[in-house]
Every structure is written in structure tokens, then in C-alpha cells.
Write a protein that binds this ligand. Sequence first.
Ligand SMILES: Nc1ncnc2c1ncn2[C@@H]1O[C@H](COP(=O)(O)OP(=O)(O)OP(=O)(O)O)[C@@H](O)[C@H]1O
Length: 177
Amino acid sequence: MIIAVTGTPGAGKTTVSKLLAQKLGYEYVSLRDYAMEKGIGEMKGDELEVEVDELAYNFERDFKGRNVVVDGHLSHFLNADLVVVLRAHPKLIGERLTKRGYSREKVGENVEAELVDVILVEALEENENVVEVDTTGKTPEEVVNEILGLIEKGVRRRVGIVDWSEVYDEVIPYLRL
Ligand SMILES: Nc1ncnc2c1ncn2[C@@H]1O[C@H](COP(=O)(O)OP(=O)(O)OP(=O)(O)O)[C@@H](O)[C@H]1O
């Protein structure tokens, strides 16, 4: 089974994906590292720009039939059996990315993306099997156990579990208004 873990940068994809892969006994793949290894896409500044169709085509060829947890904010464009969209309070995204030294512009862009469900909407356009998991106030272990529980119960779709419009006021300082 191919499990794609996606979400806004800073939502916790890498932490959760590694732990999930470990608990399931699956391979862990960073989609960014995979693209770079295969020479897919090109660096524009410090960002890797990839053609998603080329990425999906190569990934399918290399991983079809294997048990993989694939981590990346483009992983929902792959032909996955299950797409896990990690959500986090946009304020947490703002705090984490600021701590990482991202520019105000980049922090704002990602806080706004989380606020208006950009990745979720993209994932739903690509795949039927989308489960959202809110990581806010949970440890990575709790998040992984929640995902394992959903997989065990055979849940393949669970969306609409967060509504960040309720917390809009808290994130105004991060927005590019
Ligand atoms: N419940 C949680 N799930 C995942 N990460 C969490 C959680 N709570 C706190 N964190 C922390 O949040 C940070 C998330 O970073 P991580 O690199 O995993 O995110 P990411 O979504 O992969 O970001 P990026 O796409 O920018 O690499 C880590 O420092 C992690 O320890």
C-alpha cells in the first residue's frame, strides 16, 4: 500500500511519516529527496520546482506494489492508496516556520494556505481516499496512532474536520494583508 502524507509546510509531515512508516514496517520516502535523486525538476533559488505528472509517473514506476509512506507537500499528486492530509492550527504553522527562519512572505503564504485548506482541496481533486488528521495539541505519537486506527478500521475518507475560519483573528499578524 502507498500512503501519501501531505500538508502545509510545518504541519509535521516528516515527523509523522517517519514514525508511521516505522510502526507499519513500511519504507519511508521523502518525495523531495526522491525527485532530487532522480533529477526530476529544477532548483529555483532554494525551492525545487517539479512537473507533477513526471514525478507521479516515475514514482509509480519505481514504487508500485510496495509498502511505502511517502512524505511531501506534493505527495497527494501521486497515485496513492491513501492520502493523509495533516492539518495544524495556522498559528502553529506561523510559529514553526518563523522559527525555521522563513521570510515573512513565505510564512504568510503558508499560514494563508493552511487557513483556506489549499492542500486539502488539491488532494480531494486528485484522490477519493483522503483522510484529514488535525495534529493541533497532539503529540506525533498520538497523531500516528490516530492514523493507524483509521487504517485498521478501513476508513478511507474523512474530511471536513477543521474550520480555521474560527481562529482567523489569532493569525492576522501572520497574514499578508
Ligand atoms: N503532533 C505533531 N505532529 C508532528 N509534528 C509535531 C507535532 N507536534 C509538534 N511537532 C513538531 O513540529 C515540527 C514539524 O516539522 P516537520 O519537519 O515534521 O514538518 P513538515 O510538515 O515535514 O514540514 P516541511 O514540509 O516544511 O518539511 C517538528 O519540530 C515536530 O517535532
